[in-house]
Design a protein around this ligand. Structure first.
Ligand SMILES: *[C@@H]1O[C@H](CO)[C@@H](O)[C@H](O)[C@H]1NC(C)=O
Ligand SMILES: *[C@@H]1O[C@H](CO)[C@@H](O)[C@H](O)[C@H]1NC(C)=O
Ligand SMILES: *[C@@H]1O[C@H](CO)[C@@H](O)[C@H](O)[C@H]1NC(C)=O
Length: 328
């Protein structure tokens, strides 16, 4: 995988006076804020400027059968050199590429698959195709059932095996549970967090598709007065650190059954959450569209927060890098 060593080699020629290697290069983001989008649509990798200010792109989806479908399948089919150059361009822009595992149409536990074997094969894929990590979008609803089903134990075994192959510090692993899976009464992700939360870098929490829930700042951030649909701070109260919780929302009302909020409303909620609770974990988006609507969405959402500040800092470093590295 192309990483720091190749970049360092090139930089050492140009930058030896200004920069100590390893310090200011936006190579690997393993701290929040995470600005995450899922690409299930663009057949070829979008240019980095059509992704920023997102700093994480999840290729959808890597299936438990071992192969990518949709955009993850397209990633498999790229030539090695096209994959390398995409990774290089994205790294220069401070964007990381992960693969999203399972998705809504894959039910590995219900289908009786072996968690360890699936984890091993997915880790192999990550290494072979050079991405920065895995987003575990496990949506085997039947296996979770009312919370007493086998799903949680399956995810725990899967996660332990996955981390063994993709060590912390070298690869990122996020999960993408729906918010109700963190509820006090039988929320399977509370058990998962208790057992393997230290192996998970962060959660892209789906605060949508839950009827009328999660469309006001109160309901999203503070309390909805409904224990089945915990708000962000109620999930924190249930034991998950706020730094690991990234609020997920659809780009438009067409991208989810319910739970859409306008970028302006969402920006207001994020500003409140930041002011009241120090929330600065980021934002997750479902899903990336090539028509510019997702870019307009993220720019609207980050308009009023520190996101624009860190993004402009990143732009500055990126512009310097791109100018210096133009021989590529
Ligand atoms: C996965 O893709 C490879 C390469 O195209 C193919 O040989 C293999 O049969 C596929 N596996 C499954 C389970 O579809
Ligand atoms: C699951 O897969 C692992 C690794 O391939 C293997 O060691 C283990 O025996 C399998 N477990 C079962 C119950 O088949
Ligand atoms: C929940 O109840 C509290 C106290 O009555 C109220 O302030 C808050 O707005 C309610 N939340 C929602 C989403 O209605």
């Amino acid at each position: 995988m192309f990483t720091l060593s190749a970049l360092a080699f090139v930089l050492s020629g140009f930058f030896c006076v200004q920069i100590t290697l390893g310090a200011p290069i936006p190579h690997k983001r393993d701290t929040s804020p995470y600005y995450v989008t899922y690409n299930d649509e663009a057949a070829t990798p979008p240019d980095p400027q059509d992704i920023e200010p997102f700093n994480m792109v999840n290729l959808a989806f890597l299936l438990s059968s071992g192969n990518g479908s949709d955009v993850a399948g397209k990633w498999e089919q790229l030539s090695d050199s096209d994959r390398q150059s995409t990774l290089q361009q994205y790294e220069q822009a401070g964007i990381q590429i992960m693969v999203s595992a399972f998705g809504g149409e894959d039910a590995p536990t219900t289908n009786g698959l072996n968690a360890t074997a699936v984890a091993d094969s997915m880790a192999q894929w990550v290494i072979q195709y050079g991405v920065h990590g895995v987003d575990v979008d496990y949506e085997d609803f039947a296996a979770f059932g009312d919370g007493s089903g086998p799903g949680a134990d399956w995810v725990i075994a899967f996660m332990k095996a996955l981390r063994q192959q993709l060590p912390q510090g070298k690869y990122l692993i996020s999960h993408a549970p729906i918010a109700p899976w963190f509820k006090t009464d039988g929320g399977p992700y509370l058990k998962i967090h208790q057992e393997v939360g230290d192996l998970i870098d962060w959660y892209n929490v789906q605060f949508y598709n839950q009827g009328s829930a999660y469309t006001t700042c109160d309901a999203l951030i503070t309390t909805m007065n409904d224990t089945n649909n915990p708000a962000l701070m109620e999930i924190v109260a249930n034991g998950v650190p706020i730094e690991k919780l990234v609020i997920g929302k659809p780009t438009s009302s067409a991208d989810a059954g319910s739970g859409y909020m306008s970028p302006t409303d969402l920006a207001n909620c994020l500003a409140q959450a930041k002011q009241q609770y120090g929330y600065d974990s980021g934002i997750m988006n479902w899903q990336y569209h090539t028509d510019g609507s997702t870019l307009a969405w993220i720019k609207g959402v980050l308009g009023g927060t520190s996101g624009s500040e860190s993004s402009s800092k990143r732009q500055l470093v990126k512009r310097r890098l791109v100018r210096r590295l133009s021989p590529w």
